[in-house]
Design a protein around this ligand. Structure first.
Ligand code: BES
Ligand code: MN
Ligand code: MN
Length: 469
């Protein structure tokens, strides 16, 4: 191992030398519109998977496409020495739709403005994927004794419906000692954080039909039932729109409260309500108290309305009574809560009070509790301080990544997070972006983490034990 190549200066010089290549790969990935929610993009998914697989070959590594029954998974490998421990890096190459009206440029053309890369998927999660890839190249060039393997999923943004099945099918080739996920955000620029947990998700749809077709409100209005109005009542019976408090009995029962130590860590994380508001372009909040804000986004479950389908939304007035309506909703879940059980509570409550409203369950994601102590957690902290010159806080993530719990359970290896995105990068928002400061620092972050991981005695022992069995 050549330590001279692993100093911060050498790694940042490596990043600068490789910048053109990084931008080229990122551009090619961003310009493939891999919107997993859109079934018409299936060919694009395969095209992107082939591109990513070939990328591993172009750089002298191995790549493979794993069939999942849904969109494929790309498996990349740098090294396969059975004597050495293996670290797996997880990212996703699918992206959110980009039809929001606020885009200033074409979301599927990568625009480089100085150090900023704009386009759908630049920060979630193609930029971090290519950053980790280059960080691994730096580690390999320095001779870090470690096998590095990449799992690039293409169904993350739709809740990873095929992931469990794919892990079962390909388990034999996925053995690993440790998993690192790079798909999370910092508190703000200059304030790295790594989640000690993720929220889970349970999506559901309310629907009601009261007639066969649209009706004239002058003819039947007053006696006809209006499904839109009734569903609004169902929603306000489920939750208080002003405070966000969920009114379904037992909803909070199994939700584990954040511990005192955890909350102390949050208070020292550098979180600032004004910065949070600015980064996310929020105009007003339900509370401005910092600890309450952090508890609400990281440590408590929620229920939200995402969309209402039905009725007339065209120009002018149309005095129709809609025959049917739908409300798309979801709950974020915290450790202790189970997706299906939460659904059953909601369904039973709706059935009792609104017997002809149908509640349909979507695919759920389990919440995840991470690891904050031990050699790997120390290696995460060390890598952030090394690469960005700032301490990293253990916070939690309010978002969900379906693959995380599945990987920990199925691969039997602990999952850690080396996220690089910033709130101001605009996850899922118009004008999503990523930047060179996060990318170049991120290459140093990953290289340093790989170096530490290769030195962790337990990982080596685990591997040699596996060999002698
Ligand atoms: N990268 C995010 C997860 C995330 C969100 C991490 C917020 C940190 C903060 C991931 O790509 C994502 O958006 N997940 C979705 C999953 C859903 C669509 C099934 C989410 O959390 O809504
Ligand atoms: Mn993501
Ligand atoms: Mn996302």
């Amino acid at each position: 191992m050549n330590d001279d190549l692993l100093t911060r200066e050498s790694l940042l010089a490596f990043a600068d030398r490789r910048r053109e290549g990084f931008e080229w790969e990122l551009r090619n990935l961003v310009e493939m519109p891999t919107v997993s929610a859109d079934a018409r993009r299936r060919d694009e998914m395969w095209r992107c998977a082939e591109y990513a697989r070939d990328m591993f070959f172009r750089y002298g590594f191995e790549g493979e496409i794993l069939e999942t029954g849904g969109n494929p998974i790309v498996l990349g490998r740098m090294g396969r020495d059975p004597e050495l421990p293996t670290v797996t890096v997880y990212n996703h190459l699918d992206v959110q739709p980009a039809d929001e009206p606020g885009w200033a440029t074409d979301p599927f053309r990568m625009v480089i403005a100085g150090d900023c890369f704009k386009g759908r998927g630049t920060t979630d999660d193609k930029g971090p994927a290519i950053t980790a890839f280059y960080g691994a190249i730096a580690a390999r060039e320095a001779g870090v004794p470690l096998n590095i393997q990449f799992i690039w999923e293409m169904e993350e943004e739709i809740g990873s419906p095929s992931f469990q099945n794919a892990m079962e099918r390909h388990l034999g080739k996925l053995a690993t000692d440790l998993v690192v996920v790079s798909d999370t955000i910092w508190v703000t620029r200059g304030k790295p954080s790594t989640p000690a947990g993720l929220r889970g998700l349970m999506g559901f749809v309310l629907s009601l039909e009261t007639a066969e077709h649209d009706l004239h409100s002058g003819l039947v209005g007053g006696v006809a039932r209006n499904p839109l109005t009734e569903l609004m009542k169902v929603v306000t019976t489920l939750l208080d729109g002003e405070t966000g408090r969920v009114l379904v009995p037992g909803f909070y029962k199994n939700a584990e409260k954040p511990t005192r130590e955890e909350m102390e860590g949050w208070l020292n994380s550098g979180f600032d309500v004004a910065v949070f508001k600015r980064d996310h372009a929020l105009k007003s909040l339900r509370t401005e108290d910092p600890l309450k804000v952090m508890k609400r986004i990281w440590g408590r479950p929620t229920m939200e309305v995402h969309g209402v389908v039905g009725g007339y939304t065209g120009p002018g007035i149309k005095t129709a009574i809609p025959p049917r309506a739908e409300v798309k909703m979801s709950c974020r879940l915290v450790p202790g809560m189970a997706a299906h059980e939460t659904f059953e509570r909601i369904q039973a409550f709706v059935a009792k009070h609104f017997p002809d409203v149908i509640v349909r369950e979507d695919h759920g994601l389990a919440p995840f509790r991470g690891h904050v102590t031990g050699t790997c957690a120390e290696a995460v902290k060390d890598a952030y301080r090394f690469a960005f010159g700032a301490p990293c806080a253990f916070t939690r993530e309010g978002g969900s990544i379906g693959a995380v719990k599945i990987m920990e359970d199925m691969l039997g290896a602990p999952v850690y997070f080396l996220g690089l995105s910033l709130p101001s990068h605009g996850y899922h928002a118009p004008n999503e972006n990523y930047d060179w400061e996060q990318a170049s620092g991120g290459m140093a972050l990953f290289a340093r983490f790989f170096e530490s991981a290769s030195q962790i005695g337990e990982l080596r022992q685990a591997e040699s034990k596996a060999q002698t069995l």
